[in-house]
Design a protein around this ligand. Structure first.
Ligand code: AG3
Length: 272
């Protein structure tokens, strides 16, 4: 048995499967959990791979730590999406964090992840964590408090999450950031969602004071995977705090080689 995620142009990412552990249709999406042969459990939403248990850090580490270490003192963090808890777990590794709010639209993703995956490793019970079930787009429009860091751990820039890549959304996000703030979003496969990446980049460019892009190879996705970083104020994303970096135990993202993040295929770089 196998599971395949098909990307555009007939490009596939496949896992050999021991068994399907769970499947349901929530109000938002089809949720599936598999036991793979070689990578532990696999979480699939609407046919797209979200994570494999053995390798999910290759996504959560580059999503979280570069921006957290570039911000001089990240105390309040807003996560949009990320219902499995992996992003929250990585955020809470930072001792500067006083409060992390995670806004997830689909409560079932949170519940099923707790039961089958447990990759939050206790993060949901951390007193600094608050989980809000709701629409991130609406939340950010109405938010009264400000944040140092906003992390968007959404599904792809195609389909239901599309709004999370719009200029309008970024404008609200910019408002909700403190005067020195940083936002990161995953922005899809470099090779297979190039147009969506370019669109999100230009939407961010018209809102943020500066925008950076980087890519990282993620286990389970059509790599390299892209990430976009928006700055409000004077943060230099090319510089990180190495003292705080040393306190983190990391497997994939190497703070000592932060500059290697900025690798991007030449033709994509020329389009950006
Ligand atoms: N969220 C990003 C998923 C993007 C994957 N896309 C794909 N496989 N086509 C991951 C959730 C992990 N917290």
């Amino acid at each position: 048995m196998h599971f395949i995620e098909w990307y555009p142009r007939g490009y596939g990412v496949a896992f050999k499967i021991k068994e399907k552990l769970f499947e349901t249709q929530s109000s938002y999406q089809r949720i599936e959990i598999y036991e793979t042969e070689g990578f532990g459990k696999l979480l699939v939403l609407e046919g797209t791979v979200q994570l494999v248990e053995q390798g999910e850090e290759s996504y959560h580490e580059p999503l979280v730590h570069p921006v957290m270490l570039a911000h001089p003192n990240p105390r309040k963090v807003l996560i949009i999406g990320g219902g499995d808890g992996g992003t929250l777990r990585e955020v809470l590794k930072h001792k500067t964090v006083e409060k992390a709010i995670m806004v997830e639209i689909d409560e079932m993703v949170v519940e099923i992840s707790k039961i089958y995956l447990g990759i939050d490793r206790g993060a949901f019970d951390d007193p600094r964590a608050e989980v809000v079930i709701g629409d991130g787009v609406e939340y950010i429009k109405r938010a009264e408090e400000k944040f140092d860091v906003i992390i968007i751990d959404s599904t792809d820039p195609v389909g239901p999450a599309k709004q999370l890549f719009s200029e309008e959304f970024y404008r609200h996000a910019y408002e909700v950031l403190n005067s020195e703030g940083i936002l990161i979003t995953q922005s899809g496969s470099v090779y297979l969602f190039t147009n969506e990446l370019l669109d999100a980049y230009s939407a961010m460019k018209s809102v943020f004071d500066r925008v950076y892009y980087f890519s990282f190879p993620v286990i389970g996705y059509a790599s390299p995977w892209s990430f976009l970083v928006g700055i409000k104020g004077s943060i230099d994303f090319e510089k990180i705090d190495m003292n705080r970096a040393k306190e983190l135990e990391l497997v994939y993202y190497d703070p000592e080689r932060h500059e290697t993040l900025f690798q991007m295929p030449k033709y994509v770089k020329e389009l950006l």
